[in-house]
Structure formats: structure tokens, C-alpha cells
Design a protein around this ligand. Structure first.
Ligand code: S1T
Ligand code: MG
Length: 544
């Protein structure tokens, strides 16, 4: 238990005790007292950005890389309601973001006047955040606050989902007791856990072609080491989902690639869709993960371990947390089958010639860069840049692979650098860059120097792929590279593979500021994965 302090200090200490390492935020009058304590207490570093969506995306990406919560602090109404979309993405993709919002004080609530920043009711914001968080509270009672904070923050950690805390501005300075220490996840029932683990291994033993599918919960609960061990012991083929891209990167496991149904590598699709026993660990059963499949996967023959339970065919074991299950499986297993995965052939060796750049050339150039220089963590936005990332060797990556919101890329990259100190590679389309690319103006203040690959096809190309006749998909060519200097960075506009290799080389060397590599792509040219994705969707729709 830590020394008594005011409510905001108790909250900051409780966040730190749960592994939080930074706060992203934009203040406002309802949040000024809170931000004053954040800045003056120095309990956690504060990074202010320029627009609330970016605050949410940065905190989300930081939480994903930390595998621990991060914080998005905003003001009431105009701030918090501007951040609902990123928090919805964090909810869907199981990212533990703590939303701190300043709020009207008791005095504000009793004037009888409608308050600035207020929507329909004074609690409209609280009600709205109920839809995108797993727990919420307004800290309007300093006596009860420590227990309430502990409950909400522990739910954030144990469910790996966003939570919402509103701090009325007149509560910030109230003296408040220390917050109880973090409470661990509810333990599984021993017998149920043993029965579940035994049944899983029996099914795998009986199966002709079992396959292990790994997804985001494995990262969220920091289980990659244990799952790597499990992969080696099981000795069966391993694939990630689209959302799980980047998992087990660099680990010596029988990794076959990323399952993407009709959009993916046909060998991987065949492997997964013909398996008679899929062990899916920590999966999100989403359309982007499993919906684009030629032959619907028979989930009755699958073992689904997610959301703290395990479903096998028609029955479910409740309250089996994934960490406990992976531990139980590892404890039972000695070295099992041996399975050697065929080497994965990622494109390499881009010719620095006058050929126009294509998405595949970008992936090839990045693989060459990672081989030559250093492997950078990737933050990708929604658009063909994300599908292009499938041709980049499996590396640590954050992207909105399921919720699929644009605007994630640039702020997420800033969040990754703030959280890890590592230089990120950001991949973003021109449409998405128009939404949150401006956040690069915050790099100089914090010494961030991302390398940004901007796919400039002057188009909402992913939409054009589905509806080519629509003119509204045409965007103007803004010459983004020319803007870079004004934003505090350096710009490179490239048309040919030679330009691209040169710009990447120069960018890796120049660590003094962000590098904006604007890659000109003709409309209608897309990555092979997006092409397969679009063709597959069209085929499936035509069949209906
Ligand atoms: N608004 C937001 C915030 N997120 C979205 N995903 C969309 C709208 C819909 C949408 C797409 S893909 C896409 C839009 C507008 C175009 C993306 O354009 P750009 O960033 O330039 O990338 P590219 O040209 O590679 O497609 C998905 C289907 O929902
Ligand atoms: Mg575009």
C-alpha cells in the first residue's frame, strides 16, 4: 500500500503498479487539474499530441507493444467523444487502453445550466463509453475511489480490453487512500483445467492433420515464450491469423505463414481448411480472420481457446484463462511429433532500376532493408499498405487487422517509439495519411524519428477495387514529401525502384528526424494479397 495522496496521485501510482509506462493526452478545462498533477507529479511521462483520435491510437499501439496497459487522457465531451473510434478499435482487438477523462465537478453539475462539452445528458459520455469498454466508473467519491480504481484497472489487465475512468475536476485534489495492489486473474478450476488439457491433447493425438492457429490474445497476455515452447513440443504446423500477424516472429517454430482464406498463400489456405483438428489459441473469430474462406472452416472440429474459455465441438469449458491452459498443455507434453516447416520465401533482392514501384517492390525493398540494416517494428494503417505487409517477413507489427479503421498508422508508430524507444517503420496510404498524418508534427518535440512509407496512389484504392466505377475514390496528389520539412522532417518522393532503394538507404542513415518516403503508385495497381482478397470476396458474393 503506497502513502496517502490526492485522488489523481493515487490513480497514477495504481497505473504504474499495473505496468503503465506512459500517458498520451490532450487537456481541456475539465481536465486541467488532472493534467497539472500528471505533469508535476512526474509519476508517469506525458506525451501530448494534436487530435484525440491520435491519442487513442498511440496509447493502443503502446499497450500492444508493452503487453501492458497504456493511457489515453482527454477532456470531457469534445475530447473524449472525439476518441470513441480508436477505443472501439482497442475494444475489438483486445488492447488494454485506460481512458482517463476529466469531467464536470459536483458544482458544475448543480448550476442547472447546460454545460459546454455536454451532449444530451451530463452522463451521455459515460453511457457512450459503456459500449466500447469492459468497465467504467466516475470517481466522484474519494472514500470508495481506491477500491473502484482497483476493480476497473484489474479488469483492464485481466480482460485485456479498454476501460473508462472519469475524474470530476473537483475530485482531483481530494485526499484519497492508496489503491489496493493488482489482483491476479481468477484462477481456473484445477479439475476442469486438467480435463480440458487432456481432451485437447487426445484430440490432437487422434487427428490426421492438426494445425495450430495463433492470434492476438497470445501477445496480449505475454505468452509468446510459452507458446513457442508449446509449438516445439506439439510439432504440428503453426499459422497466424491476419490479426495475429507478427506473432512468434523470429522464433524457431514450424511456422507456415498467415491464414487469409482466399486472399492468402494457397498452401496455407489448403493446410488450414483441410485440417481435421484446428487448435486455435487466443483467436478473435472475426470475418477478417476467418470469413474470407472458400470452404467454410468447420468450427465443430476445432478447439477454440479465447475470452477465458475453451470450446471443443459442441461443449465449452468456462473460466479457463489462456495463460493457465498453455501452462497445463506444456506441463503435459514431452517432445511430440516432429514437423519441419518448408522455408518461407519472402520476396528479396529488389533491382534498383527504373521500373515503377509496385506494392510488391515495396515489400521486397523492406525485406532487403531488414536483412542489410536492422529489423524495425512496423505500424501499419488500413488500406493496401496492410496487405502489402503480408509479403514482409514476419516481424513485430501493430495494425487494425480486424476493426479496420484508418488513421491508426502514424499515431500508432509514434506510440510504439514512445513505448519502446525503437525507431518504427510506418506504412500508410494517402487517404489514411490525410486523417492523422499531421501527427508527425509532434516528432521533433519528443525526438521521434519514424521512417514513413506513404503509399500515394491518389486514391481510396481499396474501395476502388470493390467499386471501380465511382469517381469519389479519386484523391488529389498532395505532394506530401514537399510538406515534410515544414512538419519538422525530411521528405523523399519516389517513382522508381532505384529511387526507393536510395530513399530507404538515406532514411536509415539520417536518424535526426522523421523520414517521409512518398511512394507514387499508379491507380489500379495493388498488392497480390489485396488482389486475391478482392477477387475472393467478389467470387463469394457471386455465389450467394
Ligand atoms: N473511414 C475510416 C476511419 N476507416 C475506414 N476503414 C474507412 C473510412 C473505409 C475505408 C476502407 S479502405 C479505404 C476507406 C476509406 C480507403 C483507404 O485509402 P488509403 O488510405 O489511401 O489506402 P489505399 O489507397 O491503399 O486503399 C475499409 C474497407 O474500410
Ligand atoms: Mg490510397
Amino acid at each position: 500500500m503506497s502513502p496517502a495522496s490526492n485522488l489523481a496521485q493515487s490513480l497514477l501510482r495504481a497505473l504504474k503498479a499495473r505496468g503503465v509506462a506512459e500517458i498520451f493526452g490532450i487537456p481541456g478545462d475539465f481536465a486541467l487539474p488532472l493534467f497539472k498533477v500528471i505533469e508535476e507529479s512526474k509519476i508517469l511521462p506525458l506525451y501530448t499530441l494534436s487530435h484525440e483520435p491520435a491519442v487513442g491510437f498511440a496509447a493502443d499501439a503502446a499497450a500492444r507493444f508493452h503487453t501492458r496497459p497504456s493511457v489515453a487522457a482527454v477532456t470531457y465531451g469534445a475530447g473524449a467523444l472525439n476518441m470513441v473510434n480508436p477505443i472501439a478499435a482497442a475494444y475489438s482487438e483486445k488492447s488494454p487502453v485506460v481512458v482517463l477523462s476529466g469531467g464536470p465537478g459536483l458544482a458544475d453539475r448543480s448550476t442547472g445550466l447546460l454545460l459546454h462539452h455536454q451532449a444530451k445528458h451530463l452522463n451521455s459520455q459515460f453511457e457512450i463509453y459503456k459500449e466500447v469498454t469492459c468497465d467504467q466508473a466516475i470517481l466522484d467519491d474519494p472514500q470508495r475511489a481506491p477500491q473502484v480504481m482497483a476493480r476497473v484497472l484489474d479488469n483492464c489487465v485481466n480482460q485485456s480490453r479498454p476501460v473508462y475512468l472519469e475524474i470530476p475536476r473537483d475530485m482531483v485534489g481530494e485526499s484519497c487512500g492508496p489503491v489496493p495492489r493488482p489482483a491476479p486473474m481468477q484462477a481456473a478450476d484445477k479439475d476442469a483445467l486438467n480435463a480440458c488439457a487432456d481432451e485437447i491433447l487426445a484430440r490432437i493425438q487422434e487427428a490426421r492433420s492438426p494445425v495450430l492457429v495463433v492470434d492476438v490474445e497470445i501477445r496480449r497476455f505475454a505468452l509468446e515464450t510459452q507458446v513457442t515452447q508449446l509449438c516445439r513440443k506439439l510439432g504440428i504446423p503453426v499459422v497466424t491469423t491476419f490479426m495475429g500477424r507478427g506473432l512468434l516472429a523470429g522464433q524457431k517454430v514450424p511456422f507456415r505463414g498467415t491464414y487469409m482464406g482466399v486472399a492468402g498463400d494457397p498452401d496455407v489456405t489448403q493446410l488450414v481448411e483441410s485440417s481435421d483438428c484446428l487448435l486455435a489459441l487466443g483467436v478473435i473469430l472475426s470475418d477478417t480472420n476467418f470469413g474470407v474462406s472458400e470452404k467454410r472452416i468447420d468450427l465443430r472440429r476445432s478447439i477454440l481457446a479465447c475470452d477465458g474459455q475453451v470450446t471443443l465441438g459442441y461443449h465449452t469449458y468456462a473460466n479457463i484463462p489462456l495463460p493457465a491452459l498453455v501452462q497445463a498443455l506444456n506441463r503435459r507434453l514431452r517432445k511430440g511429433r516432429t514437423y519441419t516447416a518448408p522455408a518461407l520465401n519472402y520476396p528479396r533482392g529488389l533491382k534498383a532500376n527504373a521500373d515503377l514501384v509496385t506494392p510488391l517492390a515495396i515489400a521486397t525493398a523492406v525485406n532487403d532493408l531488414f536483412d542489410r540494416a536492422e529489423r524495425l517494428p512496423i505500424a501499419a494503417d488500413m488500406g493496401d499498405c496492410l496487405f502489402t505487409a503480408l509479403d514482409i517477413e514476419n516481424t513485430s507489427l501493430v495494425a487494425p487487422g480486424y476493426y479496420a479503421t484508418m488513421g491508426f498508422g502514424v499515431p500508432a508508430g509514434l506510440g510504439v517509439q514512445a513505448a519502446t524507444g525503437r525507431r518504427p517503420l510506418i506504412m500508410v496510404g494517402d487517404g489514411a495519411f490525410q486523417m492523422t498524418g499531421w501527427e508527425l508534427i509532434n516528432c521533433r518535440r519528443y525526438g521521434w524519428n519514424p521512417i514513413v512509407l506513404l503509399f500515394n496512389n491518389a486514391s481510396w484504392e481499396m474501395l476502388r477495387a470493390f467499386q471501380p466505377e465511382s469517381k469519389f475514390n479519386n484523391l488529389d496528389d498532395i505532394r506530401y514529401a514537399d510538406l515534410a520539412v515544414g512538419l519538422g522532417g525530411r521528405g523523399h518522393r519516389v517513382h522508381t525502384c532505384r529511387d526507393l532503394v536510395k530513399a530507404l538507404g538515406a532514411s536509415v542513415k539520417d536518424k535526426s528526424c522523421f523520414q517521409l518516403i512518398e511512394i507514387m503508385l499508379p491507380r489500379g495497381v495493388m498488392s497480390r494479397t489485396l488482389q486475391r482478397y478482392v477477387d475472393g470476396i467478389k467470387r463469394m458474393r457471386a455465389r450467394k
